[in-house]
Design a protein around this ligand. Structure first.
Ligand SMILES: Nc1ncnc2c1ncn2[C@@H]1O[C@H](COP(=O)(O)OP(=O)(O)OP(=O)(O)O)[C@@H](O)[C@H]1O
Length: 260
């Protein structure tokens, strides 16, 4: 892999909580345009990695370079501005706000939030809003044409599959270079999971330069959408390779798949 192909490069990333080492000297690289599957048993440190990378938790040790920039000491805001967006394991939406408003929460780096602009340049403000609305609607339409006609409805009235789609749109609206998906299929049926993964693959088709790291327990999802997988156990990376490489690895079969 040439240096210019690498979007994210992590070296020795470690996070301790008191005496517990949740993430233990993790080395990881993600190429531009790649989908990396992040696997491991419950409590192996996958979400902790997302939280460290996105500035929610400090690094206890190690560093991460993203698009050539050392982001190890960045705040969550700075990481977002650098081009990393994420979704959460548990849905975090403002249920009483509209679909459009929820998506705009993810786009604040592109919004003109100056008081003067908002108060005194009403025409420009209205045009800007209209443009943002169209942009959000185009993004939502790519997931579901039906949703694009319901931009002003409160998110609380949508089923789980649509809420997941909206959360992914909220992350994508900022035009990130790297999207982190934390168990997007949690709480969904097999059929819904299948549909959502189809959506993710079509996002990839439309934005081939976008890289994705996905945490997911559903192995059929990993097989279908990943280019490359990494497996954690007790905070350490125990295996990395293609989906077939990792499912055939004896350590992974024992630690994660429960097969001896
Ligand atoms: N804020 C925290 N304070 C203390 N311990 C934490 C904290 N966050 C995570 N941990 C611990 O770190 C370890 C890794 O947790 P983490 O949530 O990253 O695992 P995971 O692989 O994402 O698990 P799951 O698949 O269940 O989501 C666990 O032992 C967890 O209890």
């Amino acid at each position: 892999m040439s240096a210019s192909d690498v979007l994210l490069s992590c070296e020795g990333v470690t996070r301790r909580f008191g005496g517990l080492v949740a993430l233990d000297h993790l080395d990881l690289e993600v190429k531009r345009g790649d989908i990396l599957g992040f696997l491991g048993p419950n409590g192996s440190g996958k979400t902790t990695f997302f939280n460290v990378l996105t500035g929610i938790y400090d690094f206890s040790d190690g560093q991460a370079h993203f698009a050539g920039e050392n982001i190890s000491k960045h705040s969550a805001q700075a990481v977002y501005r650098a081009g990393i967006a994420r979704t959460f394991q548990r849905s975090r939406m403002c249920l009483s706000l509209s679909l459009f408003d929820n998506i705009m929460v993810g786009n604040h780096k592109h919004l003109n939030l100056g008081l003067g602009f908002n108060l005194f340049r009403r025409g420009a403000f209205a045009r800007d809003l209209e443009q943002r609305y169209e942009q959000a609607r185009d993004l939502v339409r790519a997931f579901s044409p039906n949703l694009a006609d319901r931009m002003s409805e409160a998110v609380g009235g949508f089923p789980m599959l649509d809420r997941r789609r909206i959360e992914i749109c909220r992350a994508l609206i900022s035009q990130p270079k790297l999207l982190l998906l934390d168990e997007p299929s949690a709480g969904m049926t097999h059929e819904e999971t299948h549909q959502l993964m189809g959506d993710i693959l079509s996002v990839r088709e439309h934005t081939p330069e976008l890289s994705i790291i996905i945490i997911e327990h559903e192995m059929s999802v990993m097989e279908r959408i990943t280019d490359h997988c990494a497996v954690l156990n007790f905070g350490k990376k125990i295996c990395e390779g293609t989906y077939q490489d990792v499912v055939n690895n004896p350590q992974v079969r024992e630690a994660y798949l429960g097969i001896e």
